[in-house]
Design a protein around this ligand. Structure first.
Ligand SMILES: C[S@@+](CC[C@H](N)C(=O)[O-])C[C@H]1O[C@@H](n2cnc3c(N)ncnc32)[C@H](O)[C@@H]1O
Length: 389
């Protein structure tokens, strides 16, 4: 790992529980320095250009925070002086709006609102002293997004460089009723260790999130290339030329799609949404969509290996008869999809029991608040024993 230089600063990328290893790998392959894994986060160092690159290119990050101050705090009220002592004029103009979000990790009882309020007072008073006027708070569309992470001993003050969550890639304008978060979708594909050479199939593709993420992974398309705005574009040190240079160099690395990516879906309304999303992502020519019932389908080429990644209905938001649905799922995979490497995410832990196949891997993840499992089933032609002989 290369050495941290003078222009480098600490950043923290946030992610979902269970995707920390994947995010760490993404950061290492992008060239991040001093990478350290946390819970739902990975910290790293890099310069401004690297921050732009990370925002454009990380598939499993939700937000990227730039740390601007770490201070010890003895009393809760110390937050005021910590904020007042920061040279805010280096980061924002008095005419810009701001918002403060707090993550508080304290064992004792506390009031998160108190921290945000006192922190705002400190920042505002800093500007009053310097310029005789104060910047305004805008909770919905601030120019500057400030984040405080408060634990027993310290407060870490950061600027959220992304703004709204990075799962908002800009392609999914229409959704069906249970779309998977784009960051989680990319995480599932990366966890499945898809080699990008084997054909990819989502048999219950809904609004096509996994198909789009798979195509972007296979072609090295930066996931946030079509995003309208990042918070760092409002920063005092915003460097349009540097950003354009980084964007251009990432665009040059985009490759042609060399595998077939296919989605199947039985609901006509979901197919319409999937088509629209593929169009928004400029991928409609490259991905095959089939309106069909997976349980009545079979693999086209039995000999050719296939990577299957999907999230079936869990019986939460989309009602299903759990026993018959999950046993049909297991039977279809077993009988009709030999030579496949199947992965799916479900929060229905009861349903898993009806699959009738032994998973070779079970990974704990969260889909929103739902504790889920990503399961892997290696499907051979005939039994596993025969395959080994
Ligand atoms: C949880 S959603 C998938 C969401 C999808 N990953 C997305 O991002 O939009 C499950 C989908 O499976 C579809 N489905 C359920 N049973 C099916 C079957 N037998 N064959 C094909 N699709 C099915 C549902 O219509 C629904 O769109």
């Amino acid at each position: 790992m290369s050495v941290v230089k003078q222009n480098d600063f600490k950043m923290v990328a946030k992610t979902f529980f269970g995707l920390e290893d994947i995010l760490e790998n993404e950061l290492l392959s992008l060239g991040a320095k001093s990478v350290k894994k946390g819970i739902r986060s990975v910290s790293f160092y890099g310069d401004k250009g690297f921050m732009y690159k990370a925002n454009l290119n990380l598939r499993t990050a939700l937000f990227i925070y730039k740390t601007i101050k770490i201070s010890t705090m003895k009393l809760d009220s110390d937050i005021y002086s910590v904020m007042k002592n920061i040279s805010w004029q280096k980061y924002m103009n008095v005419d810009q709006s701001f918002s403060i979000k707090t993550t508080v990790s304290l064992n004792r009882s506390h009031n998160s609102m108190y921290f945000a309020q006192k922190a705002k007072d400190g920042l505002v008073d800093k500007f009053r002293v310097l310029f005789g006027k104060r910047p305004n708070v805008d909770k919905k569309f601030p120019d500057i997004h400030i984040h405080l992470y408060i634990n027993e001993k310290t407060v870490e003050v950061s600027l959220n460089s992304s703004g709204s969550s990075l799962h908002q890639r800009g392609y999914r304008l229409r959704t069906n009723i249970a779309p998977i978060n784009e960051v989680l979708a990319a995480g599932l594909i990366l966890l499945s260790q898809w080699d990008k050479k084997t054909d990819f199939f989502d048999p219950m593709c809904g609004s096509a999130t996994l198909l789009i993420e798979a195509a972007m992974i296979a072609c090295s398309i930066p996931p946030s290339l079509n995003r309208k705005i990042f918070a760092f574009q409002k920063w005092i040190d915003w460097d349009n030329d540097l950003y354009t240079k980084i964007e251009d160099s990432l665009v040059k690395k985009i490759k042609d799609l060399k595998v077939t990516i296919t989605g199947m879906e039985k609901s006509p309304s979901a197919i319409i949404k999937a088509k629209q999303n593929l169009k928004n992502a400029n991928l409609e020519e490259f991905i095959v969509l089939k309106k069909f019932d997976f349980f009545k389908s079979s693999k086209i080429n039995v000999e050719k290996p296939l990577q299957i990644v999907f999230n079936p209905p869990y019986g939460e938001r989309l009602p299903v008869d759990v026993e018959s649905f999950y046993s049909s799922l297991g039977n279809t995979l077993k009988k009709n999809y030999p030579n496949s490497n199947a992965w799916f995410l479900t929060s229905n832990l009861q349903g898993i029991k009806f699959i009738g196949l032994r998973p070779s891997r079970k990974i704990k993840l969260f889909n929103g608040k739902l504790e889920s499992r990503l399961l892997n089933y290696k499907l051979y032609k005939g039994s596993k024993k025969q395959k080994k002989q």
